[in-house]
Design a protein around this ligand. Structure first.
Ligand SMILES: [Zn+2]
Length: 140
């Protein structure tokens, strides 16, 4: 989730400047991968700090401390990469001015492939499925 917020800071910046196009370098697969790795490293750092700050009786803290640090780092990086790359893919379905394959290729052949309504219904269904999946798999 952090990767998505960081990537869309680019949109917020160019919107605030009223300087189109609003989807530029962070809205490329290269930018998405970069911000995904950055977000993963940032979250890993936040988790390490949270473990030091949270009270000793915290169940979350106890679980995190038991997990190997390298495993947590990989999980953070993979989560960031998935967030960054899927952000670029989903945005490229909607925003024609994007150049998702920059610097290899210009243009966006995926734009308009799905209607915005279809995309929103698909995302809502994926969100609902994910929520159900999470509820079924979470530890009690
Ligand atoms: Zn975006």
């Amino acid at each position: 989730m952090l990767a998505n917020v960081l990537i869309d800071l680019e949109v917020l910046y160019y919107l605030s400047k009223n300087d189109p196009p609003i989807h530029r370098y962070l809205h490329t697969y290269l930018g998405g991968i970069f911000m995904g790795v950055f977000a993963g490293l940032l979250m890993f750092g936040v988790i390490q700090i949270a473990c030091r700050v949270l009270p000793a009786h915290s169940r979350w803290r106890a679980r995190v401390i038991q997990a190997p640090k390298l495993q947590l780092l990989w999980q953070s990086l993979i989560a960031g990469l998935i967030g960054g790359v899927t952000h670029i893919f989903l945005d490229s379905l909607m925003h024609e001015e994007m150049n998702p394959f920059w610097p290899i290729a210009d243009g966006n052949g995926l734009a308009g492939m799905l209607s915005v309504g279809t995309l929103h219904i698909g995302l809502a269904a994926a969100g609902l499925f994910s929520l159900i999946f999470w509820l079924l798999l979470r530890e009690s």
